[in-house]
Design a protein around this ligand. Structure first.
Ligand code: NAD
Ligand code: DAU
Length: 347
């Protein structure tokens, strides 16, 4: 099996690449990544010499390049994670999200369809998506696989559009696909523009913790390695033309999560209790901010037997330990362009 993973140098993608390279020595894993600000080959330095792994630098928006690599390597399966992934950046620059998330996905779909069209058997296009396509929940309810799409940010609109294209290629051309829609991930290698790693970095550096609005927004958090396990399972055991929701059964209001993070960081840094909480600063809200996400993951649980393996407290502790032990990684990704981004977003 020749497997293409896109976005494998990013946060979730790097955990998926590692998992597949280490688990399936009989597969060859190709990691296609443009190495944008979010892509980092340091994330994969422990496996980059593996005989069943090849890195391909390239942009999924480049249709000709995508076509050429499909013809050259004749992939049997695709796990597509490459995306612009940060909601705040999508508010500043929506077109970047249209290019990568929509056009990039359609380029991959075209290349897969053209390579496989004579015989779709034993082929699979796996599109990794997000729960944000379902919009926002009120105080009650959960997102299921049949919840209507209702995206509110340019990011979620672009992901929703890409999901529709994948489904349409299944209906129109018979392309064998699976889609999963996952809740918020956290864990090692998370780029510090997202809530948890940004706040870990700011606590280490005694900088303010910018909580948007009243901090009462709710997210459902999943440890990234549990998501990688779920992706492996859906890729191998999921049914064609099906969607699987993946979530942590783990809802937290942002402010409660931030307080727990502050407590754990104070302990690990040997600071007195309450030190980090003093850094909490309420700032202007994100426009179009979705109130609550929460996943009903009962389908993947009952059909494929998946459930999260770590509690949030344990996953968060492991995550903090990783950042404290990988100071060079953190310093490297927060130098240069990150400073300009931070100034523009938070000044
Ligand atoms: P990320 O931003 O950390 O990584 C994205 C990767 O894609 C990077 O390595 C980047 O270099 C690469 N990339 C971006 N544009 C590209 C292009 N044009 N061509 C080739 N490569 C390109 O993202 P992530 O958080 O790891 O998310 C991965 C996927 O999972 C995304 O599709 C995202 O929508 C989805 N997802 C993320 C979460 C989450 O909480 N992070 C939750 C659910 C779903
Ligand atoms: O739900 C899945 C999605 O989760 C993924 O599809 C996205 O790729 C991923 O980025 C994430 O989106 P969110 O917008 O939920 O994640 P983020 O970490 O940006 O924000 C989490 C919550 O924290 C959200 O309510 C906004 C808030 N927040 C975020 C930042 C960066 C703050 O209060 N302050 C901040 O500085």
């Amino acid at each position: 099996m020749q497997i293409l993973i896109t976005g494998g140098a990013g946060f979730i993608g790097s955990h998926v690449v590692r998992k597949l390279v280490n688990t399936y020595s009989e597969y060859h894993i190709y990691n296609l990544d443009a190495l944008t600000y979010a892509g980092n080959l340091e994330n994969l330095k422990d496996i980059d010499k593996a005989p069943n792994y090849t890195f391909l630098k390239g942009d999924i928006v480049d249709a000709e390049f995508v076509k050429q690599i499909f013809e050259k390597y004749r992939f049997d399966g695709v796990i597509h994670l490459a995306a612009e992934s940060h909601v705040d950046r999508s508010i500043t620059d929506p077109l970047a999200f249209v290019h990568t998330n929509i056009i990039g996905t359609v380029n991959l779909l075209n290349a897969a369809r053209d390579l496989w069209k004579e015989d779709f058997s034993n082929k699979r296009f796996y599109h990794v998506s997000t729960d944000e396509v379902y919009g926002s929940l009120g105080a009650e309810g959960l997102f299921t696989e049949t919840t209507a799409y209702d995206p509110n940010s340019p990011y979620s609109a672009s992901k929703a559009s890409s999901d529709h294209f994948v489904r349409a290629y299944g209906e129109t051309y018979g392309l064998p696909y699976v889609v999963s829609n996952c809740s918020n991930n956290y864990g090692p290698n998370h780029f510090p523009e997202k809530l948890i790693p940004l706040f870990i970095n700011n606590i280490i550096n005694n900088k303010p913790l910018p909580v948007y609005g009243d901090g009462k927004y709710t997210r459902d958090w999943l440890y990234v390695k549990d998501h990688a396990d779920a992706i492996d399972l859906v890729f191998h055991k999921g049914s064609n033309h099906e969607t699987y929701n993946i979530g942590g059964f783990n809802e937290w209001q942002n402010i409660d999560l931030v307080k727990l993070l502050c407590q754990q960081m104070d302990q690990k840094l040997g600071r007195s209790e309450g030190t980090s909480e003093k850094l909490i600063t309420y700032v202007k809200d994100r426009p179009g901010h979705d109130l609550r996400y929460a996943i009903d993951a009962s389908k993947i649980n009952s059909e494929l037997g998946w459930k999260p393996s770590v509690t949030f407290e344990e996953g968060l502790a492991r995550t903090i330990d990783w950042y404290l032990e990988n100071e060079t990684w953190l310093n490297n990704v927060t130098s240069g362009d990150y400073q300009a981004y931070y100034e523009e977003m938070y000044s």
